[in-house]
Write a protein that binds this ligand. Structure first.
Ligand code: SAH
Length: 342
């Protein structure tokens, strides 16, 4: 019955304006609808500046994505909260709310499942179920703001899924969340993390959005990277870094390289030296993440002193580096631990 209905929350302001024009309305009606849905309103009947006829038209032909919160888990170690959402077709996704000094950050999912197959990541173990729509991506922010009564200032696309493997919907999401008539979140407070889909990095560059780009590198050479990341067999580190340099040149934004440090795999001084060498001269920053163990793999966290030694080598080579503080470990909310618990 509802398959033909347009999801108003998945459309951009331009698309809504065009749709209104095609439907014999004035195009500014599209902007009004955009404002309602992007501010989190789900009920078409409450859109009081639209005529009754138009509201009826919208109810007949449109819908507003409204995710169901299935479960909420609160960390006992910090203030992290993990949300399990159910989609209309019963798939599940997760988001993680983190409190920092500067405000609230929400880590959101862009796909149900993931096709990338990285060995150390729980999100990909069941494969990809489907892409999320732009509405399902942004609604994670709306729902969390509503139930927690907070304003989210930063959003990171580091939950379940590979954002650049769902480029079209992620692109609309980025436009919509940044639109001053919607949530109005600054591009600088948005971070997209990718395992390194090279052609899509070039496409993202063309959008010329000053968002933060994070690249999951995790190894300083192809041989090592290929052992844990299937995508490394498709694109070499050289190709990936070329795309990154191009991205920096166009956007003038510093790129973050994420490096999950795995005991006795990629955590030696030689690895750090190699990493420093390939990143030399780049406007970048390395974020070390001592790997979070998952059920389906035997990846171990290195000892603290190994982490410090790795960090020290990068510093000696003047590569800006930080070690990520993991939040929500007791509720499996840390990097790589999110998954579909269907
Ligand atoms: N698909 C995107 C975004 C999701 S993952 C990407 O690959 O970047 C967010 C970050 O967590 C990535 O850097 C990912 O490699 C890292 N990660 C995944 N599993 C992890 C684990 N078990 N321990 C630490 N970091 C992990």
């Amino acid at each position: 019955m509802s398959e033909a209905k347009l999801d108003l929350l998945s459309l951009t302001e331009e698309e809504l304006k065009d749709w209104m024009k095609e439907s014999g309305q004035q195009s500014f009606r599209g902007t009004q609808i955009f404002e309602w849905v992007q501010k989190g309103n789900k009920n078409i009947e409450e859109m009081s500046n639209l005529s009754k006829d138009l509201r009826e038209f919208l109810m007949k032909n449109g819908k507003v994505t409204d995710l169901t919160i299935d479960k909420t888990q609160h960390s006992k170690l910090d203030e992290t909260v993990k949300f399990l959402f159910q989609l209309e077709d019963q798939h599940k996704i997760e988001s993680v709310l983190m409190k920092y000094k500067h405000g609230y950050t929400l880590c959101i999912s862009t796909q149900a499942g993931c096709a990338m197959g990285c060995g150390f990541c729980a999100s990909t173990k069941g494969g990809l179920q489907r892409n999320l729509t732009a509405g399902e991506i942004i609604d994670q922010v709306h729902q969390v703001q509503r139930v927690k009564g907070v304003r989210i200032s930063n959003v990171v696309l580091m939950g379940i899924g590979e954002p650049l493997d769902n480029f079209q919907e992620v692109k609309k999401f980025l436009w919509n969340i940044h639109n001053p008539k919607g949530l109005n979140i600054s591009n600088r407070n948005l971070t997209l993390s990718t395992c390194g889909l090279v052609p899509e990095i070039y496409q993202l560059k063309e959008l010329n959005l000053p968002i933060n780009l994070a690249i999951s590198l995790h190894a300083p050479d192809d041989t090592l990277r290929q052992q844990i990341m299937p995508i490394a067999r498709k694109y070499s580190i050289e190709e990936l870094l070329k795309a990154c340099r191009d991205y920096i040149k166009k956007t003038n934004r510093r790129i973050t390289f994420e490096y999950a440090l795995v005991k006795d795999f990629n955590d030696q001084r030689e690895h750090a030296k190699k990493l420093a060498k390939i990143l030399k001269g780049m406007l970048c920053h390395v974020n070390i993440i001592p790997v979070n163990p998952i059920d389906q793999g035997n990846f171990e966290k290195p000892f603290d002193k190994t982490v410090q030694a790795f960090e020290a080598v990068l510093k000696e080579n003047r590569i800006p580096v930080t070690v990520r503080r993991e939040l929500g470990q007791d509720i499996d909310a840390a990097c790589g631990q999110l998954r579909n618990r269907n």
